[in-house]
Design a protein around this ligand. Structure first.
Ligand code: IVH
Length: 705
């Protein structure tokens, strides 16, 4: 019987001999398709056919575990479905939203808008229109239309790069294939793919009936349904879509959100309703309460509401802070709570040695998700709440955040419990764990002799916003560290070389094959060149998150300049120290952590090693290397006429300038508004160029720059 005849028969109709032949054929075939897809970027079969082959392979392996081949396609890490979608770079990044939890946060949001836009700051009576909309709990997706035709859909991914889910989104009935009426030639509609609660319940009932695993909640169900390699599976799932914002467009869509929502609707999109145009914090809070009250009767899950400044020209001026707009915020609903029993407290050791207590719970469903772990934050929190093993506790879960223990139900405390004693030694390496003065966190003093810290640092190093090495997951880092294959970041870039010399090369290890090993080496190779801010962030220096890493990259420009600056700044009387602490938003505490990192011999060795392995790209200033103020250091003083200080600062930075808080020898321009104080005198003394506000505006190319 030929292989082709075997292929036509159901798996359970094959004899063991035939199954073995079929498994061999499948392994060969799938490997061939993998090479065509991953290495030549030229798939030889459709995703659906490929998926069917893999499914058949998996079914046969379930029936005949003894026939599983060493080169089984199922054993390959990073293969479908995670690796099955093509990546799409977003022309305009898909960002997230800041959060508000309390009425006070909402007032703060509005005041920050008012104090940014001068017209609003100067006229406290002038109302500002804010669009309020439900915040649907699904997955965001960007749909691209060209000349009114749907051409592509991408998931959010990390915000810069998502996955190509075009074939799947095509099956969603709410997504128009052609737009009604007049649409710009290029139009990206962004919104949420989600599932109605009733559809979700029916789907789960069908799955339970068929003996298939059920989804935890509508959001997971929508995510699982969208990320199917076989679009016919997606088509069978009741997915829906709301449009609420946009990405790349070839012409402006309107002047306000109100206008644009009308256009969305005219093109054939459903809108997230009930929305309301509000004009004060009181109106926003009333809307929040009303939506909260109808939450359980809405057909879909929401986790809050979103507030957006209605005027687009103001949105543009307000701009963004790191990954979230200043012109919008998400007002979240109160978390869902449930009661359960605390079975144990485990201590986890983090990247910087912090000991974090984790509560192990009797599993309980909170807001549709099964929770069995929760954070207890730190030693003081446990004390303050007097949490004891055996206690019944209130667990809460809000959105994506880690579940928390809110309180203990004292009436239900069993006899004989004892107060929890926080360990003063690291549970991983036995080193002393100490609290710094005034701090709440106890840290392991073992540094890199502590395997937990070393592994956490490596995990951070390869994580998504750092080196982003695909295929090098937690499990692998842990195993490579234990085997001594990867001990420092530099070792990652020697992995292939070491592997060649190894008696047990990766390809022969469990869970690996020649292809997955090769894929990992390739993923590592592509990251040998890395932008400066990512490289800084990846080092995992305390308090140096993405935003701070960017500030440092912008300020120093190159890896070498940054290092030289940090080493020179060890002397706190130096110009280098003043230069570092003059960077706006870098306070003495962050500076201390940076210097502490550089003071350690071990860290300097790691940096030398990395410098030899990598090409760290100099910081590229956005839209701005060409601007007249790119790379210049500017100080603002006095009251400006045409804009507020936050807006002046944001605009200068968008043009590649650095804004400092005080005048020094490094200052290029001092921009002087009305009632300027001592800074003007200091600038004169140091010979710094002083500009009036109109001169500054002219220098940056006009008011609209
Ligand atoms: S506007 C710059 N409006 O919430 C980002 N987002 O937490 C503009 N979301 O990534 C987003 N409902 O996936 C916007 N009415 C709504 C939304 C909404 C849900 C999601 C979206 C976003 C996430 C941020």
């Amino acid at each position: 019987m030929s292989d082709q005849d075997l292929r036509g028969r159901p798996v359970d109709a094959l004899t063991p001999e035939e199954a073995a032949t079929e498994l061999e054929a499948l392994a060969k075939e799938i490997a061939g398709h993998d090479i065509a897809y991953h290495q030549h970027d030229a798939p030889t079969v459709s995703d659906a056919e490929y998926d069917a082959l893999r499914r058949r392979n998996a079914e046969l392996e379930t029936l005949y575990p003894e026939l599983i081949r060493p080169d089984s396609p199922s054993a390959k890490v990073g293969a479908a479905p995670a690796g099955g979608f093509r990546k799409i770079r977003h022309a305009i990044p898909m960002l997230s939203l800041g959060n508000a939890f309390t009425p006070e946060d909402v007032h703060d949001f509005l005041s920050s808008v008012r104090s940014f836009i001068k017209e609003l700051r100067d006229d406290p009576e002038r109302p500002v229109a804010i669009m309020a909309e439900p915040k649907i709990d699904g997955l965001s997706c960007s749909l691209r239309y060209e000349k009114g035709r749907f051409v592509q859909a991408a998931t959010r991914g990390d915000g810069s790069e998502g996955e190509d889910v075009t074939a799947n989104v095509k099956t969603i009935k709410d997504v128009p294939q052609r737009l009604n009426g007049d649409a710009p030639d290029i139009l990206e509609i962004r919104g949420e793919v989600y599932m109605d609660r009733s559809d979700f319940a029916a789907l789960n009932a069908r799955r339970a009936e068929a003996g298939e695993p059920i989804f935890a909640n509508p959001r997971n169900s929508a995510a699982g349904s969208l990320r199917q390699l076989d679009p016919s599976i997606t088509a069978s799932r009741p997915l829906r879509f709301f449009g609420y914002t946009w990405g790349e467009v070839s012409e402006p869509l309107g002047k306000t959100i109100v206008d644009i929502r009308k256009r969305f609707s005219g093109w054939g999109f459903r809108l997230n309703e009930p929305s309301r145009l509000c004009h004060s914090a009181e109106e926003l809070l009333a809307y929040y309460d009303e939506i909260g009250a109808m939450r359980s009767s809405l057909p879909f899950d929401i986790d809050g509401v979103v507030y957006k400044v209605d005027r687009l020209d103001w949105q543009e001026r307000l701009g963004f802070v790191s990954r979230a707009p200043r012109w919008a915020t998400a007002h979240k609903f109160k978390a869902e709570q449930a009661q359960t029993v605390l079975k144990a407290i485990d201590i986890q050791v983090g990247r910087t040695g912090s000991l974090t207590p984790v509560a192990r719970l009797e599993p309980i469903t909170v807001g549709g998700v099964v929770v069995s772990n929760a954070t207890l934050h730190n030693e003081d929190e446990i004390k303050r709440k007097d949490v004891r093993i055996g206690d019944t506790v209130v667990v809460q879960r809000a959105g994506d955040v880690i579940p928390q223990i809110v309180q203990v139900i004292l009436e239900r405390r069993p006899e004989g419990t004892v107060e929890y004693v926080f360990p003063d030694h690291c549970p991983e390496c036995g080193s002393l764990a100490v609290r710094e003065e005034g701090g709440a966190i106890r840290r392991c003093t073992g540094g890199l002799i502590c395997p937990a810290q070393a592994v956490e640092r490596l995990r951070h190093f390869v994580s998504r916003n750092a080196f982003d090495i695909e295929g090098l997951g937690d499990k692998h880092i842990r195993a490579f560290h234990a085997d001594g294959l990867i001990r420092t970041p530099g070792d990652i870039f020697r992995l292939e070389e070491k592997d060649k010399a190894s008696l047990t090369p990766l390809r022969n290890r469990e869970g690996w094959g020649p292809k997955s090993a090769q894929k990992l080496f390739e993923a590592i190779e592509t990251r040998r060149t890395i932008p400066l801010d990512r490289a800084i962030y990846a080092l995992g220096i305390r308090q140096v998150g993405e935003a701070t890493a960017k500030l440092l990259a912008r300020h120093y420009g190159s890896f070498a300049a940054w290092r030289a600056g940090m080493e020179a700044a060890q002397d706190r009387d130096s110009e280098a120290w003043r230069d570092l602490t003059a960077i706006d938003q870098i306070g003495p505490s962050v500076a201390d952590d940076l210097l502490a990192f550089f003071a350690e011999e071990h860290n300097r060795t790691v940096l030398d090693d990395l410098a030899a392995q990598l090409t760290v790209q100099d910081f590229v200033r956005s839209r701005a290397t060409s601007s007249a103020v790119a790379g210049k250091t500017v100080v603002f003083t006095g009251t400006l006429e045409t804009m507020t200080r936050p807006e002046a600062k944001a605009r200068a930075e968008a043009l590649g300038a650095k804004v400092a808080g005080s005048v020094s020898g490094k200052t290029d321009y001092l921009v002087v508004g009305a009632d300027a104080g001592s800074k003007a005198a200091k600038a004169r003394e140091l010979g710094v160029t002083t500009l009036t506000e109109p001169e500054w505006i002219e220098l940056i190319g006009g008011a609209g720059a």
